[in-house]
Design a protein around this ligand. Sequence first.
Ligand code: NAP
Length: 306
Amino acid sequence: MKKITIVGTGPAGLTAAIYAARAGFKPTVYAGLQHGGQLTTTTDIENFPGFSSAIPGPELMAAMTKQAEHVGATIIYDTITKVDFSQKTLVMWAENTRIESSVVIISTGATAKTLALPDEAKLMGRGVSTCATCDGFFFKGKRVAVIGGGDSAMEEALYLANLCSEVLLIHRRGEFRASKIMLERAEKHPKITFKTPYTVSKLLADAAGLSGIRCLNTVDESSEDLPLDGLFYGIGHTPNSEVFKPYIATDDHGYIRVHDYTKTNVPGVFAAGDIADPVFKQAVTAAGMGCQAAIQATKYIEEQGH
Ligand code: NAP
């Protein structure tokens, strides 16, 4: 039986692996479908401490993986498809392989929703982004748009308004899900212009990356092309918690509920990173939670006398 099994290889999972390995527990880490997590879809990262110049997301995640392996973690490139957390011994399956573990740290992250437009994947990091805090700095003094009508979109637009020359807030309806205070703040901001009821039907590009968008009026179906330097998706995230839901308590949006830092409702199961954090969603906060989960996991094992 394994002592510590970590699910997910974003900053939370790999930091948990580093701490658990250095505490002598030889953790096994299941990489999941997207090894390295959301940062592997980002180009330059400038807000992860320790690098004097920007580091590409895939490079940062490759370095974290190497570091985890160097201190004794084993990474398995497989995906957990089923769990049984009904007994003290926690059981998971990676396809047909049965895994037994004293402790599980869930760090499966959240996936940013996108519109899945043609060329979107190609333009991700080249004008299209799912995170203003991560990429806004690269659009200083430029014209950008944010899609969405919830709190995330308002927050992204307000963040970008401090950096960019102009922010278009594009939403498919005239009504907003955003809280009154966030909506009002965005509406009052002199650099934010609301464009409703519109959605984006096409990404326009040149050799350098995104050059604009085609907007579609969702009522009269008219369309217009707008030149833009950047487009930010603020249409929410999907936490990757589905496989754990039969046993692990989540909130209405699917984020795992944690108490006392990283403990879930099942003893021995801890959660760290974006899967348990609907608010901050940063690599550095995920890494911090991964550290907390590993320390709490090792304490749990000692207390249980495993
Ligand atoms: P959300 O409330 O679900 O809003 C998502 C927005 O994206 C909605 O306006 C939705 O439009 C739009 N959308 C979804 N799919 C779309 C598509 N295919 N095309 C165009 N538009 C689309 O998600 P969220 O803003 O991420 O917020 C999630 C939760 O976190 C909320 O409870 C929120 O309050 C909370 N949150 C709080 C803060 C804060 O307090 N600072 C910040 C961020 C998030 P429709 O309205 O038409 O469906």
